[in-house]
Design a binder for this molecule. Structure first.
Ligand code: ADP
Length: 341
């Protein structure tokens, strides 16, 4: 669906040239949710903006849905852009227009007739869960609702690709989750290819199939999310993995994961270290009505702590679960647990 070869972007500034993207090759398959993570200044925005030619590359080709965008002329490019939707951190809505009018805007530009436009807007409102809000103005909506309008508008022309530029960075964690759930839903329903950039590991972990880690205009590591974050090779990747090792978040994630899994479903827990004492772990799992295959482990005792918190004890000393990686979306769930010494 997307292919970038040797993409480079250099901005000329009064202090001299700044290379924001420094030779990137990237292939993204149809239907994939592809995350690009990096700190501020890594070149993520410039990269994603080159995918719909909001920025023209200084060097290299951008191919989207079989068209080499970097070689298209203005009129052809405008048409090609209809196949690429985009959503933004600050929503970029038209404040003087209602929800319906915002969503209808790209259809108007594409010359779609009023009756058809109205029908399409109704479908989109339903798709993003904004029923009853069609006549509201953006200022009357919550952040999450505004982003739903942004998503509906981006999907108006039935694009093949959706670009998400820090689309959840202005939202609180709960709203972020609901928007990410909506993106997964859309990806599955429409087989839409989604590319998102973020500096938040949580976003990548929750919905992406593939990830690229960016640093100083380059991709330093890439691959399936599970592999890249399970065995990070580069220091930058390790930094992002650290973001998800906060004990509290981890413990919540494991607890939630166990609660979320219906009875009889097999959950695979991978404990780092020596062979686990199976009965104790099985006892823990039984509380949550899930079946477990234990692969490896070194945990000797597990007890339930305060509500929503699990503690593990190593050699009789109480210790918290410190690190976990879960992939609930792919049904199989792996958890790596490292226990405090
Ligand atoms: P990120 O999205 O990862 O924060 P950006 O792509 O916004 O990174 O920026 C990468 C680098 O390119 C930064 O050093 C930034 O200052 C520079 N840059 C981005 N856009 C411009 C521009 N229009 N003019 C000059 N420099 C730019």
């Amino acid at each position: 669906m997307i292919s970038l070869s040797s993409i480079r972007k250099t901005f000329q500034t009064k202090d001299g040239p700044v290379t924001a993207v420094d030779g990137i090759d990237l292939k993204i398959d149809e239907g994939e949710i592809y995350g690009i993570i990096g700190y501020s200044g890594a070149g993520k925005s410039t990269l994603i903006r080159m995918l719909n030619m909001l920025e023209r590359p200084t060097e290299g080709d951008v191919v989207v849905a079989g068209r080499t965008l970097s070689k298209l002329r203005h009129k052809e490019l405008r048409k090609a852009r209809q196949e690429i939707g985009m959503i933004f951190q600050h929503f970029n809505l038209l404040w003087s227009r209602t929800v319906r009018e915002n969503i209808a805007f790209p259809l108007e530009i594409a010359g779609v007739k009023k009756a058809e436009r109205d029908k399409r807007v109704n479908e989109l409102i339903e798709l993003v869960g904004l029923e009853g809000r069609g006549e509201s103005y953006p200022s009357q909506l919550s952040g999450g609702q505004k982003q739903r309008v942004g998503i509906a508008r981006a999907l108006a022309n039935n694009p093949k690709v959706l670009l998400c530029d820090e689309a959840t960075s202005a939202l609180d964690p709960k709203t972020t989750d609901s928007i990410l759930d909506l993106l997964v839903d859309i990806n599955e329903k429409l087989n839409l290819t989604i590319i998102l950039i973020t500096h938040e590991m949580h976003v990548i972990r929750k919905i992406c199939h593939q990830v690229a880690v960016m640093e100083a205009g380059r991709i330093v590591e890439q691959g399936p999310v599970r592999e890249v974050f399970r065995k990070p090779k580069e220091n930058m990747t390790k930094e992002f993995v650290k973001q998800i090792t906060e004990p509290e978040e981890t413990v919540d994630a494991i607890t939630q994961m166990l609660i979320d899994h219906p009875e009889g479903q097999i959950v695979q827990l991978t404990f780092v270290g020596e062979e686990a004492e199976r009965p104790l772990i099985t006892q823990l799992i039984r509380q949550f009505d899930v079946e477990v295959n234990i692969v490896q482990g070194k945990i000797t005792k597990i007890q339930e702590g305060s509500y929503g918190t699990l503690f593990v004890a190593l050699n009789g000393e109480q210790a918290e679960i410190k690190k976990a990686i879960t992939f609930i979306q792919n049904k199989e769930v792996e958890v790596e647990v490292i226990v405090h010494d």
